[in-house]
Design a protein. Structure first.
Length: 310
């Protein structure tokens, strides 16, 4: 008599199949993760490029000048600035503040809007967005839809002519000043000129000293946080340069090159945690400056007269 063999898997066969699937998953999951990261980086480069191009288009209609970075104070007769305001509202006045709307319309993220037509293009992938805090920011009563901007403008370039930039293909114009963090309804400015003169006056980059007559303290101010990571698409992030070109800049563990070679890098911070990509609280947030090469120690990566060949 012939016997019929069952078509079911044996336990050993089933375990072998499961083991093979587990091995394939272990091999393929990192590949999928890398592909996803590469797609986000490509999208970020494209969005940064579009935003940079919009700024260059703006300059062609603004007498060859880069847009304003610092928030102006339109309530005074002389030229003064809201020197404690690091986050221009996007779009301007969404919090129902008429004065803020008039002032923030003049700042880069809003003044260049007609050239790219979308605030969403300024929010790069893999960004963590949180709401602004404080009584002035009531999202439930917003008159306009708040939009987050993850790109920071190089405030040292405000009012400058495109032809005054020493190395247009090397000078950072846009970068992730807060790493992978952004605020809903605001744009970042980092660094910005320290325009704190009580007597007022136009505030512009001055390689020999303070940017505004009568200004005191450091010529520039950074806004940053120790929490976000700057390693967003790998061990770095995307920068746009003064010629509107965009590329991925590797940050690694920071700009550790000896001076003056350190001034030739687009990596801003001297120290970054190599694993997490954030600024370590110890030794702290040290930017690589121009040092003895200039009259004032502006950050090298943002210094408009830096040749990047020191």
């Amino acid at each position: 008599m012939k016997t019929q063999r069952s078509a079911a898997f044996t336990l050993i066969e089933l375990l072998v199949v499961i083991a093979i699937i587990a091995i394939l998953a272990a091999i393929l999951f990192p590949v999928f993760a890398q592909a996803k990261l590469a797609a986000k980086k490509a999208a970020a480069i494209s969005q940064y490029k579009q935003t940079g191009t919009s700024i260059i288009l703006y300059t062609s209609d603004a007498d060859d000048q880069f847009p304003l970075g610092s928030v102006p104070n339109l309530t005074t007769a002389n030229v003064t600035y809201r020197n404690t305001d690091f986050t221009p509202l996007t779009p301007a006045g969404w919090n129902n503040d008429a004065i803020a709307r008039a002032e923030h319309e003049l700042v880069w993220a809003n003044s260049t809007f007609p050239y790219h037509k979308s605030y969403d293009v300024m929010l790069a992938p893999a960004t963590n967005v949180t709401n602004l805090t404080g009584a002035a920011f009531n999202y439930s009563t917003a008159s306009r839809t708040p939009k987050a901007v993850s790109m920071s403008f190089n405030g040292l370039m405000q009012y400058m002519s495109t032809t005054a930039i020493e190395a247009q293909s090397r000078l950072t114009m846009l970068w992730p000043g807060f790493g992978n963090a952004a605020n809903n309804g605001a744009a970042f400015l980092s660094p910005r000129l320290n325009c704190n003169s009580a007597s007022g006056g136009v505030c512009m980059f001055n390689p020999g000293g303070v940017p505004q007559a009568g200004a005191t303290g450091n010529p520039q101010i950074f806004s940053f946080s120790f929490t976000p990571t700057y390693h967003v698409y790998g061990r770095g992030n995307v920068h746009v340069f003064a010629d509107s070109s965009a590329k991925f800049v590797v940050y690694s563990n920071g700009n550790r090159a000896p001076f003056p070679a350190s001034t030739n890098s687009n990596v801003v911070w001297q120290f970054l945690d190599d694993a997490r990509g954030n600024i370590p609280t110890s030794p702290g947030a040290f930017f690589r400056g121009m040092g003895g090469l200039r009259g004032a120690n502006y950050a090298a990566a943002f210094c408009p007269d830096n040749s990047f060949s020191n």
